[in-house]
Design a protein around this ligand. Structure first.
Ligand SMILES: Nc1ncnc2c1ncn2[C@@H]1O[C@H](COP(=O)(O)OP(=O)(O)OP(=O)(O)O)[C@@H](O)[C@H]1O
Ligand SMILES: [Mg+2]
Length: 214
């Protein structure tokens, strides 16, 4: 990040000095733009780098995560949005960073709300899966958390790219939400994937519930 942030700081500083020397209002508008855009890039780099704190390692209940996400989204879209729980109540806790997992699930679910323009149905589902491989590790027990919506879906040509940074289908989007979500889930030893067709989009998060075998 320093490779980008240091030159950016230099650019911003120079533009500021130039601004002080300039008399003309029209020319000052250009330096204002340089400073503003430098600030925007800095924020973007910060978001792309993700959280720098080490992962918390505490028992996390996926249903508490879902409930928090549900509350936040319903507060943002109070009319026309339905969020239904479909939980396996016998699911054990996993070990991880609750706040970061909330952020990851929120990024995924908020996309669904945005794709449906705040009106539609989301299902938050939890299940247990046995004998599942993530990377090169085989796990006996894996938590499967799904976020399903009945919105317009993701175009097939876009689906392969949505987890890459800066890939967006929205005019105001930065294309970082899913990249950040995937990063958080990977750091927990997990996996996230997406399936989509018009009227049904499902994001599935797999999180190990125990240490795996190589
Ligand atoms: N449930 C969904 N239904 C339809 N399209 C989706 C869905 N989830 C993701 N997408 C598409 O994937 C793109 C990438 O999502 P991502 O969260 O990474 O970026 P963003 O939402 O565009 O911007 P940001 O999250 O940084 O504000 C979205 O712009 C949207 O086009
Ligand atoms: Mg997003």
């Amino acid at each position: 990040a320093h490779e980008i942030k240091n030159p950016l700081g230099g650019l911003r500083g120079a533009a500021q000095l130039l601004q002080q020397e300039l008399e003309s209002k029209e020319l000052k508008e250009y330096t204002r733009i340089i400073i503003h855009e430098a600030d925007r890039l800095r924020t973007l780099v910060d978001r792309m780098m993700g959280p720098t704190q080490p992962l918390n390692q505490e028992p996390v209940n996926i249903h508490e995560v879902f409930q928090r996400v549900r509350k936040l989204l319903l507060a943002e879209s109070p009319v026309g949005l339905t969020i239904l729980p479909d939980y396996d109540p016998s699911l054990p806790d996993f070990v991880g960073d609750k706040e970061q997992i909330i952020q990851a699930v929120l990024n995924i679910a908020r996309n669904a709300v945005q794709a449906m323009d705040g009106k539609g149905r989301i299902i938050l589902r939890s299940r247990i899966t046995r004998q599942f491989t993530i990377g090169h590790k085989r796990y006996r027990l894996v938590l499967k958390a799904e976020i399903e919506d009945n919105g317009p879906g993701i175009a097939p040509e876009m689906l392969d790219a949505i987890f890459y940074p800066l890939v967006t289908g929205r005019p105001e989007g930065t294309g970082l939400g899913l990249a950040i979500a995937q990063d958080v889930i990977n750091k927990h030893g997990g996996l996230v994937e997406a399936k989509s067709q018009p009227g049904q989009t499902v994001f599935t998060i797999y999180l190990p519930l125990e240490n795996g075998d190589d």
